[in-house]
Design a protein around this ligand. Structure first.
Ligand code: ZN
Length: 161
């Protein structure tokens, strides 16, 4: 409660919790992208006919020039670490911390995908952050049971080269 002689207003916080599960049609492009993950463990991108960028995940329009993409391109399930974050807080629908989220540019793609990285010793967060280097090669680890979701790739892990 605020002091009656204080000039500061009392701040009242309201705690609410929403749970809104929903399902929607993935669409033609995302639908095929997810089906290839599920059925073939293949990651597909779409090439922009104007700027020639290969966009992954596959999408209908180029994020750079908004041109409609017109070509399917198979990219590798191995790529390069672009950036990462070691998360130390608990978020809804996320794993127990600490865990690593990263942007990974797959070989053959011009954009990056966001995914989990495992195989990193997180017992000392500061040390882990210093040891994980931008440019590290990362390999996708696939789930055995895939459902047509980006999580069909379980996680990425550093490649020992
Ligand atoms: Zn483009």
């Amino acid at each position: 409660m605020a002091d009656i002689n204080s000039n500061q207003e009392e701040v009242i916080a309201v705690t609410q919790e929403w749970s809104v599960p929903f399902k929607h049609y993935a669409g033609e492009i995302t639908g095929r992208y997810l089906k290839e993950l599920r059925d073939n463990k293949i990651i597909m991108g779409r090439r922009c006919p104007k700027c020639k960028k290969v966009l992954v995940p596959a999408r209908k329009n180029c994020e750079s020039c908004f041109t409609e993409t017109d070509e399917w391109v198979k990219v590798k399930d191995i790529g390069t670490l672009v950036t990462f974050s070691i998360n130390c807080m608990k978020y809804v629908s996320m794993p127990d911390p600490p865990y690593v989220m990263a942007l990974i540019k797959l070989d053959g793609a011009d954009t990056s995908i966001m995914h989990f990285v495992k195989g990193i010793d997180l017992s000392d967060i500061d040390k882990a952050g210093k040891n994980l280097k931008i440019g590290t090669r990362m390999q996708a680890v696939w789930k055995d049971k895939r459902i047509g979701n980006v999580t069909d790739i379980d996680y990425f892990m550093p490649v020992i080269e």
